[in-house]
Design a protein around this ligand. Sequence first.
Ligand SMILES: NC(=O)c1ccc[n+]([C@@H]2O[C@H](COP(=O)([O-])OP(=O)(O)OC[C@H]3O[C@@H](n4cnc5c(N)ncnc54)[C@H](O)[C@@H]3O)[C@@H](O)[C@H]2O)c1
Length: 341
Amino acid sequence: MSAPVRVGVVGFGYWGPNLVRNLDKLGDAELVVACDLSEENLAKLKALYPYVETTSDLDVMLYDYDLDAVVVATSAPSHYAIATKVIAAGKHCFVEKPLTLKSSESEALVLAADAAGVTLMVGHLMEYHSAIDWIKDYLASGELGDVLYLYMQRLNLGKVRTEENAFWSLAPHDVSIVLYLLGETPDYVSANGAAYITPGVHDTVFANLHFPSGRMANIHVSWLDPHKTRKLTVVGTKKMLVFDDMQATEKIWIYDRGVGAPDAALAYGEDLSLRFGEIKVPWIPMKEPLAFEVQHFLDCSRSGETPRSDGRDGLRVVRVLEAVDESMEAGGSPVETSVGV
Ligand SMILES: NC(=O)c1ccc[n+]([C@@H]2O[C@H](COP(=O)([O-])OP(=O)(O)OC[C@H]3O[C@@H](n4cnc5c(N)ncnc54)[C@H](O)[C@@H]3O)[C@@H](O)[C@H]2O)c1
């Protein structure tokens, strides 16, 4: 059996503890050291994991502990600077979503990781969700027919942030799901949003992604909604699918419904027939997406295999997020999403 991957974690705020919990319980990783600028947060970590070293100096973490890999769970504006240092130190690097706040920075990280020969992975958690995997296989099976369009809602009251808007905070999940499921990158986006809570920081956004195949995806995110909603609807030529991540067990519903040419025997003055068939709720064994994601990072760090959510995936998502901002600033005008790298 190979030795555990020696890991350091930067950032133990709201989300970092979830990554640390998973790293700690996976026998495959040795959580060696944690770094945070907040002494209070380091004290919280030390209380839970007394055997993990702590420091507020990133260079000490990178050069004094003989690490193989580093997990970055700081707030988004610091991702680029920290990941740049991690890669320059020759460590495999996991960065929470969004990869960076500018596509030029994501590009630079992708190229730096290539040059250094280290793994760069971004925390697009939903790509490691059992239900999303199930949907991807289901779409590939052809049962749903061709995907016509899909839409997603990620809504709740809070958590209100000021360093990034609701689209950058919530929609990396939805954008990564859409790109993963459709296997294509949008050619342009158009979006409208509003900043009702903090001036200049959009808390409610409606974005349309248009794909070269002609398919459409709509993403609605908000920090100002009465209900916590995590929903995806996919409409195909044969069937329709709804994924409701707020349900504990019955997360996916498949509707054998659609619109087609009239059945001559049954049609009664209709130009088109509406088809209402059975509804299926498949049983999907669930495992914690974060455990799967963290294990995948460890596996790729060890094998050199390209992660499912690699740096290029992070870059594609950041380009969409950037284009959405640009479109909102232009009053909803279509904005092309560049390709390359
Ligand atoms: N995958 C998910 O579902 C999910 C959920 C929530 C947050 N996140 C992501 O996790 C990241 C962290 O979010 P959060 O809500 O935990 O933020 P947070 O502000 O609660 O915590 C960030 C922590 O990083 C520390 N920090 C900031 N800059 C630092 C630096 N330069 N060096 C060392 N430590 C530094 C802060 O002191 C703080 O403890 C973000 O990228 C966010 O988008 C992901």
